[in-house]
Design a binder for this molecule. Structure first.
Ligand code: ARG
Length: 462
């Protein structure tokens, strides 16, 4: 492809290092789409004839079929079988074998620099669109599970300490909204991915008067890049995508963490379906929540992919540098990781059993101490004082070794004379929830409204 000014062939070990075909063959569909559009434009601007265009397009389609059928053979002329340097040279080499000399006209005015940037953008746009449905399917699983357990109360935790009673559905739906932001973030990032670099050439722009707007329309880009130097080295769109993906990983890792300990014998809130658990090779009794542990662990990998790219980009001289070839493996790995992970997490949610008795048994009246303070507030005591007095009640109950609800009225009265016989009514979990019908709160009506809103969102996507 670039042999003219060289007097020897490339060192084998360097060829291996330099080779990206081993992984960037995955860009073949994008690469060929880009080349078909480019051939059309070369004919439109009369750089090639219509007959040449047709020969090129026909050949490109045959190359694509070979890739689709997995029969494409990389040129095995070196010991390491890497003489196709990358996807672009591989496609062009094969095109030449299929259609002859006319193949040499395809690259007129184009550089692999604007070509690879175009390919990567097409690939990323596809990836974003392919991720929408597994994300919304997981959201649907969360909504359905929530609807199955609409009235189930559980301890809500802060600092992994029992905090206040909440609806199980309210806890689960928290993840719906994280994923909703994730889906929006991906769509938002797609707008900046859909900018066409083709026509930027190697650095300075195309000299043959090609129509970039036509190429943009042909390839489904919203607009063309404004600066050819920026266009060939801009990988912000991959960084943004990898960030959005890493954040999905982080959200799934938090869900994983919740479910790993909720499924332990100590909590017993959740039983994972056998189809999503594994056993131990040594301990016959074990049933391990590996699926959700992997949800936790894969986040590390997704964050790592983002860090890889950011580190490659940092301090890079302007325009194209070969360092940029390092953008692809993190991109591919992130797409593969999320595509494998999301359906499994949806399966875990759909199939897990929720143990109502365990949730009920974990409700401790001390979790109503805030409601106890609110009781005093309603009797005219400033909240700060009410907080202190309710705290004293908790301490007194602890000293006596009884539940907060078992403290006698006499004990309550010595803490604050405002306490009356009706203090007992505070110790009702359902009532505590019913008091929190504020929008976004854990009141049963508020949670139903939340779920209805979520349903509207997922039905809009479907
Ligand atoms: N394989 C290269 C990459 O992924 C394609 C661009 C090569 N450009 C160049 N001037 N060597 O970045």
């Amino acid at each position: 492809m670039w042999g003219g000014r060289f007097s020897k062939s490339i060192n084998d070990q360097f060829a291996y290092l330099n080779n990206s075909f081993r992984f960037d063959w995955r860009l073949y569909a994008a690469d060929i789409r880009g080349s078909v559009a480019y051939a059309k434009e070369l004919a439109r601007s009369e750089i090639i004839t219509d007959a040449e265009r047709d020969a090129l397009i026909d050949g490109l389609q045959r190359v694509k079929q070979e890739f689709d059928a997995r029969t494409f053979e990389s040129n095995p002329s070196t010991p390491l079988r890497v003489s196709d340097e990358d996807i672009h040279t591989a496609v062009e080499r094969r095109l030449g074998e299929l259609v002859g000399a006319v193949a040499g006209k395809l690259h007129t005015g184009r550089s692999r620099n604007d070509q690879v940037a175009t390919d990567a953008r097409l690939f990323t746009l596809d990836a974003i669109s392919n991720l929408q449905s597994p994300i919304s399917d997981l959201q649907r699983a969360l909504v359905e599970k929530s609807e199955q357990h609409l009235d189930l109360i559980m301890p809500g935790y802060t600092h992994v300490q029992r905090a206040q009673p909440v609806l199980f559905a309210h806890w689960l739906m928290a993840y719906f909204w994280m994923l909703q932001r994730d889906a929006e973030r991906l769509r938002d990032c797609a707008a900046r991915v859909a900018v066409l670099p083709l026509g930027a050439g190697a650095i300075a722009g195309n000299a043959l008067g090609i129509d970039r707007e036509f190429l943009a329309r042909e390839l489904g880009f919203a607009r063309v890049s404004e600066n050819s130097i920026d266009a060939v080295s801009d990988r912000d769109f991959i960084a943004e995508f990898l960030f959005a993906a890493a954040l999905i990983g982080i959200h799934l890792s938090r869900l994983g963490e919740d479910l790993v300990y909720y499924s332990s014998a100590e909590f017993g809130f959740i039983t994972m379906d056998d189809a999503y658990a594994t056993g131990s090779s040594l301990m016959p009794q074990k049933k391990n929540p590996d699926a959700m542990e992997l949800a936790r662990g894969k986040a590390g990998r997704l964050i790592g992919n983002l860090m890889t790219l950011l580190t490659v980009l940092k301090g890079l001289p302007s325009s194209y540098d070969k360092d940029l070839q390092e953008d692809k493996e993190p991109l591919f790995d992130t797409v593969d990781t999320l595509s494998a992970l999301l359906p499994v997490v949806a399966g875990v949610i759909r199939t897990m059993r929720v143990n109502a008795n365990a949730l009920r048994a974990a409700l401790d009246p001390a979790m109503l101490a805030t409601d106890l303070a609110d009781y005093l507030v309603r009797r005219g005591i400033p909240f700060r004082d009410a907080h202190r007095l309710a705290g004293q009640a908790v301490k007194r109950a602890e000293t006596l070794g009884v539940a907060l609800s078992e403290l006698s009225l006499a004990e309550y009265k010595t803490i604050a004379p405002e306490f009356g016989a009706d203090v007992q009514r505070v110790f009702d979990f359902a009532q505590s929830l019913a008091a929190r019908e504020v929008s976004g709160g854990t009141g049963p009506h508020a949670v139903r409204a939340q779920i209805a809103q979520a349903r509207t969102i997922i039905e809009r996507v479907a």
